[in-house]
Design a protein around this ligand. Structure first.
Ligand SMILES: [Ca+2]
Length: 238
């Protein structure tokens, strides 16, 4: 694949440094064809530069937490519950707090089982990579599990698809870290191209109403992981 002057590659956020890198490559290539290695080095440097450049247009930079009130230190601000019959409060009982003073407490006590969750909608860019982590506490067999989930929403707020963390199924008097992707390795999951929002959810499933001990969530983090660009590179022999 050979790039000619004036050719453009549409890469959100990083089009400028990549274009600059490409122009450097083309310049070096035209000056001395024998210096193909130098062109490749410039190309690789441009990719590195692109990875280091913060996204433009005022959007959050890679790694910053996109959630409002991620540790529930501002009460329930920014968070909602589903269904309306669920009980969502914040607690400062030290045993049930992971960080700071407060944590989210989620339960349902109207003798109805099934899924309940707290959630927050975050604007996202389709095709870009994001990761979610958060701490969950489950110590009641009335819940089958707790988990984190991302529901990708389109412009009509219809769910396109979703991603889930590992299930926290065991009961223990301790917080556990859950992640999307599940490996908690810092890589992101890709938003569908038509996604405009991510609904970030802390989910619990009731199998035996009414659980005496709620499920707790604290210190969630939803981060932009940047553009991941993989372009084919074919080296031509001269
Ligand atoms: Ca907290």
């Amino acid at each position: 694949m050979l790039f000619q002057p004036g050719s453009r590659i549409r890469l959100p956020f990083f089009s400028f440094p990549l274009t600059a890198g490409l122009r450097c490559c083309i310049l070096a290539h035209n000056m001395r064809k024998r210096t193909l290695l130098a062109s490749l080095i410039v190309w690789l440097c441009s990719l590195l530069l692109a990875a280091l450049v913060s996204p433009s247009s005022g959007r959050a930079s890679s790694g910053s937490n996109l959630l409002q009130n991620p540790g529930f230190e501002e009460g329930k601000e920014g968070w909602s519950k589903f269904p309306s019959a669920a009980t969502f409060v914040v607690t400062d009982t030290t045993q049930y707090v992971h960080g700071g003073r407060w944590a989210a407490s989620l339960n349902r006590t109207d003798w109805v089982g099934g899924e309940i969750y707290i959630y927050q909608d975050v604007p996202v860019l389709g095709g870009q990579f994001y990761s979610l982590s958060g701490w969950a506490y489950k110590n009641d067999s009335g819940f089958s599990c707790a988990k984190l989930r991302i529901e990708w929403k389109d412009a009509a707020l219809q769910t396109i698809n979703d991603e889930e963390s590992h299930l926290l199924a065991e009961d223990e008097d301790a917080y556990h870290l859950l992640c999307i992707p599940r490996e908690c390795n810092g890589d992101g999951v890709q938003a569908p191209n038509n996604a405009v929002k991510a609904r970030i959810e802390g989910v619990a499933i009731i199998v035996s109403p009414n659980p005496p001990t709620p499920v707790f969530f604290d210190d969630l983090s939803f981060t932009f992981q940047g553009s991941k660009v993989y372009l084919p590179l074919i080296v031509k022999n001269y």
